[in-house]
Structure formats: structure tokens, C-alpha cells
Design a protein around this ligand. Structure first.
Ligand code: ACO
Length: 392
């Protein structure tokens, strides 16, 4: 066995071989199955892109129509899932609600037949179809309302906005939301995708795979950063306070939310597209008080940290788009999860095709051959600290 150097966060260590997406972090390139993200954002739809990611090729007209039809048919939630959701605390975070709901699907579809293509197809369809309904249902239920049933005459993006806001969205808003989903659908092996792959490698059910990925996406260093960006812009409050805010961050060595990326050392190509989408929305529906602050912050961060490769990531402008679409701040990450379900499912399928359970190694740093001290002879950690036996 070859021993490698320990790299915190597994930086630069290949953990799989994949043909799903490609990132060139130096040149700001992102491709799904070889097709540039800009081209997909312009010409494709989220469901067509999901098909591409999961099955590896763009669908024919008939294949796409069938896929869309299946997804429409499976959008509704079982009444027991809705009943379960009624017991969730209204103050709970929607990502926790989504994680619980995704895992609960496994109770209803418990037959695990990972070598049956129909089982795989049904799981893909159910997860893509039901996750948006779960996110919208939790939003209405926590306000004390009944969830809105999906509408079969609306496409994927329009239906979600309809279920969320209880009114049919403007076509431009629905179109822009669909592009947002495409932009967030996949991104090589980031933390949540890796989590999905590790779970998949145990050959558990796909609902458990997606639930574990949702839990991982929720953290503020990953998908949760889109919420934090809005809190940060709120805290800054006006353009003239941008420099002082940055001074404070540098002094405290705190991270500026929505900036920096393990792979991108230039502006994330998705951030560039999201900024354009935000501007289109502002032109039609009026501006956002935080946009100018965001642009000023981007400029100031570039001046101070550009040489370190710190530029806006996907989370920086997405929140401003979602705000304009009437999406509450704490639903930004669940919306990210709706989109990323496509990528997680693609990696689940790829993992199953050539599976080996993940079982990395570790470098042990603890003590060896330590004596077992009987409980009556043990000192509390505080006492030991006072005696200088352990460091605080
Ligand atoms: N603000 C200020 N400095 C930063 C930032 C930031 N947002 N991001 C990185 N840096 C600096 C670090 O302080 C560090 O500097 P040093 O070498 O002088 O100590 C250097 O850049 C490397 O940073 P790391 O944290 O080691 O980079 P890593 O690859 O581990 O982390 C991450 C990447 C987590 C995205 C980080 O940039 C970050 O915390 N950003 C803010 C949170 C965020 O926006 N997350 C969303 C990422 S996109 C996504 O997950 C969908």
C-alpha cells in the first residue's frame, strides 16, 4: 500500500472517476456531460438537463416528453407524508424538514432493487417530482395553511413557484427560475455529492442517499451560504459601509459569504449568469435595495482578495434572484437542493455502476496502551486542568 500525505478536506485528492461534470477552476469553465453551462442555461430546461446528467445523453423529443409526463404524474405527496409534516415545528429550518421528508419516502418505497432499471427510473422520477412539492408544502404548513396541490398544466419551475406563492408566476419569473435550477443541478464532487456517493456505496436506498446529501448541503460553508449572503448584505446596510465591513472581516479573519471556492480561482461562471438573471428581473419587476451593495462588495473584495483567487461563487447572486421571485430567505438552500437532486441522482447511478464501498484510512493521533482508571479514582476534566494535567 502507498501512503499519501494527509490533505485536510481531501483537497486535490481524487475520490472517484466521473463523466458527469467538468470544472476548470482557473478558466471558470463548467460543463455537464461536456456541454458548457452557458449553453445549457440558454437552450435547455432543468428537466432536460436532469435527463442529460442522469442518463448521460440529451433526450429525444419523445424521451423528454415521457420523462416530463412521469414527473408531472408523481408530483403529489401521500397524505401520510403531509400528516407527518403537520407535526414538524413551524420554527424548524426547512432543510431539516426536507431531509426528514426525503428519508421518509424510503418508508413508502422500501423495496430495494438496485439492479432493476425500473426501480432506478421510479426512484429518480419520484425524487425529482416530490422534492419541490415537499419544500412548498412545508412553507405553507408552517404559515398555518393547507399545502397547494401541484398543477399538471404547469411545467416544473412554474409549478413550484405556483405551489409556493399560491399564484401562477409571471412567465419570465418561471423561466428565470428554471435557469437557476439548471445552474445548480450539478457540480462535480462537492461536499453534498460526496456524501451522496458515500451513502450510495453502502447500497442503501436512494431516499437515504438524497437525505444524507440534503443534510450535508445545509451547512453554511456549502449550500447554506446563499442565506448567509443576504444576512451579510442586510448587516452592511449601505454602500458606504462596505469597506468598513471588509476591514472588520479581515481583522477578525472571518469569511465573506458567497466568496471563495475550493476549485474556482476566478469568478464562478454560474455567478456571472445569475448576476445577469438578477438584472433581467430587476428591469421587469423593480430593483433590489441590496443589489448595489452586492456589486460594490464584489468590487472591493476583488481589489483586496482577487490576488488570492477569492471571487463570487454561485451563492453570491442567487439569493438576490430568489428574493425577487418571492422565495423566503430560509428556502434558498432547499431550492438549491431541488436542483442538486439531479446531480446527486446522477452520481448515485454512476456509483452503483462501478461500486466499491468507501472506506478511507486515517492517521491516528491518540494515545496507545492507556490504563483503564476506575471511576472512583478519576478526576474531572476541570480538576485535571487546574492541576495542569491537561491543556484547556
Ligand atoms: N472570505 C475571505 N477569505 C477567504 C474566503 C472568503 N469567503 N474564502 C477563502 N478565503 C481565504 C482563506 O482565509 C484562506 O486564506 P489564507 O490561506 O491566507 O489562510 C484562503 O482563502 C483559502 O481558504 P480556505 O477556507 O482554506 O479554502 P477552502 O477551499 O477550504 O474553502 C470555501 C472554500 C469553504 C468555499 C471558503 O471559500 C468559504 O468558506 N467561503 C465562504 C462560504 C461560501 O460562500 N460557501 C459557498 C461555497 S459554494 C458552494 O458550496 C455551493
Amino acid at each position: 500500500m502507498t501512503f499519501c500525505e494527509y490533505r485536510p478536506g481531501l483537497e486535490g485528492i481524487p475520490a472517484t472517476q466521473s463523466s458527469i461534470s467538468f470544472v476548470d477552476g482557473q478558466r471558470g469553465i463548467l460543463e455537464y456531460r461536456g456541454i458548457g453551462i452557458e449553453e445549457l442555461a440558454l437552450n435547455s430546461t432543468f428537466l432536460e438537463t436532469s435527463y442529460l446528467l442522469i442518463w448521460g445523453n440529451l433526450p429525444s423529443k419523445e424521451e423528454l416528453a415521457e420523462f416530463e409526463h412521469e414527473i408531472r404524474y408523481h408530483r403529489r405527496l401521500k397524505y401520510r407524508i403531509r400528516d407527518m409534516m403537520k407535526c414538524f415545528p413551524e420554527s424548524g429550518h426547512p432543510m431539516d424538514a426536507l431531509q426528514a421528508c426525503a428519508a421518509a419516502l424510503g418508508l413508502f418505497y422500501s423495496r430495494r432493487a438496485l439492479d432493476d432499471p425500473d426501480y432506478i427510473r421510479n426512484a429518480v422520477v419520484r425524487l425529482l417530482a416530490k422534492i419541490p412539492t415537499m419544500v412548498a408544502a412545508f412553507q405553507l404548513m408552517r404559515k398555518g395553511n393547507d399545502p397547494v396541490q401541484p398543477r399538471d398544466d404547469l411545467d416544473y419551475a412554474a409549478n413550484f413557484l405556483y405551489m409556493l406563492n399560491e399564484q401562477e408566476p409571471d412567465p419570465l419569473a418561471a423561466h428565470i427560475f428554471d435557469i437557476c435550477l439548471t445552474l445548480h443541478a450539478e457540480h462535480t464532487i462537492n461536499a453534498s455529492t460526496f456524501s451522496a456517493m458515500v451513502t450510495a456505496s453502502t447500497l442503501t436506498d436512494p431516499y437515504g442517499v438524497i437525505a444524507s446529501a440534503v443534510g450535508t448541503l445545509a451547512g453554511p460553508l456549502h449550500g447554506g451560504a446563499n442565506e448567509e449572503v443576504i444576512f451579510m448584505l442586510e448587516e452592511i446596510g449601505s454602500i458606504d459601509k462596505v469597506e468598513a465591513y471588509l476591514d472588520k472581516c479581515m481583522q477578525n479573519k472571518s469569511k465573506i459569504m458567497g466568496f471563495g471556492h475550493r476549485v474556482y480561482k476566478v469568478k464562478d461562471p454560474r455567478a456571472t449568469i445569475l448576476q445577469e438573471l438578477a438584472e433581467q428581473l430587476f428591469e421587469k419587476f423593480g430593483g433590489d435595495e441590496y443589489y448595489e451593495i452586492a456589486v460594490a462588495l464584489e468590487k472591493a473584495v476583488e481589489e483586496r482578495l482577487g490576488q488570492k483567487g477569492i471571487y463570487p461563487n454561485v451563492d453570491f447572486y442567487s439569493g438576490l434572484v430568489y428574493r425577487k421571485l418571492g422565495i423566503p430567505t430560509d428556502l434558498f438552500t432547499p431550492v438549491f437542493a431541488i436542483a442538486r437532486t439531479a446531480g446527486w441522482l446522477a452520481h448515485w447511478k454512476e456509483q452503483l455502476a462501478e461500486n466499491r464501498i468507501f472506506r478511507p484510512t486515517q492517521i491516528y493521533t491518540g494515545s496507545r496502551n492507556a490504563p483503564y482508571v476506575p471511576i472512583e479514582k478519576r478526576q474531572s476534566a476541570q480538576d485535571q486542568e487546574l492541576l495542569g494535567l491537561v491543556s484547556g
